[in-house]
Design a protein around this ligand. Structure first.
Ligand SMILES: Cc1cc2nc3c(=O)[nH]c(=O)nc-3n(C[C@H](O)[C@H](O)[C@H](O)COP(=O)(O)O)c2cc1C
Length: 193
């Protein structure tokens, strides 16, 4: 059986991000379930704000090429994103947009996305846990050819949810996160068999 390849990234760039912590838990569970997981910090990609003139003049920036290649070479994604003003963050949308662009004539459209499968998570200090942002993220990914698993996780009161070592204090929630990651790996194993 082939080993599923997953790229994991968070919609927040900040140090100490709750979503990065949540992503780390999901990534560890996916690894334990047998997947090869590459965690990408969007900050490290140093992506400029998407500008079609910039792209026309110089093509994709190095960070965008790297991110797109990682997505293209993967079978699926783990994404944990906060919601900003009830939708996904600008950083996440910017990264999705850059990686949606073709680099050569004749390249099939949306090669980084079509045929991939994703699992979604969110965390927020608020009561909804970033749930409203996931509605939009699910829609965006579906429209660019990504199969999004029906189950998702939203961790509310995130400022109280994590212990100092990064694990989720609530065992039930921790199991839900691990189950989602395992579900993604199991689905990918079937899809790439
Ligand atoms: C511009 C901005 C808008 C925000 N809007 C929302 C929101 O609509 N809903 C929400 O639950 N939290 C909102 N927040 C709070 C974030 O959920 C909080 O900053 C969270 O910690 C961000 O995720 P992170 O810890 O992964 O960086 C907003 C924060 C910022 C900076």
């Amino acid at each position: 059986m082939s080993q599923p390849k997953i790229v994991a990234f968070a919609g927040s760039t900040r140090t100490g991000s709750f979503n990065k912590q949540l992503l780390a838990i999901a990534a560890a569970a996916a690894r334990a379930a047998g997947a090869e997981v590459t965690v990408v910090d969007l900050r490290d990609l140093a992506l400029p704000l998407y500008d079609q003139d910039l792209e026309a003049g110089a093509g994709l920036p190095e960070g965008a090429k790297k991110f797109k290649a990682l997505l293209r070479g993967s079978d699926g994604f783990l994404i944990a994103s906060p919601e900003y003003n009830s939708t996904i963050t600008g950083a996440l949308k910017n990264a999705i947009d850059w990686a949606s662009r073709a680099e050569a004539d004749g390249e099939p459209p949306l090669v980084a996305y079509r045929g991939k499968t994703a699992a979604l998570l969110a965390a927020s200090p608020g009561a909804l846990g970033g749930l409203r942002g996931l509605v939009h993220l699910r829609s965006i990914l579906g429209n660019i050819g990504v199969l999004v698993l029906p189950d998702q996780i939203a961790i509310s009161t995130a400022h109280e949810a994590f212990a100092a070592d990064g694990h989720l204090k609530d065992e039930r929630k921790a199991k839900q996160v691990a189950d989602l990651a395992r579900n993604l790996v199991a689905t990918l194993e079937k899809l790439i068999a």
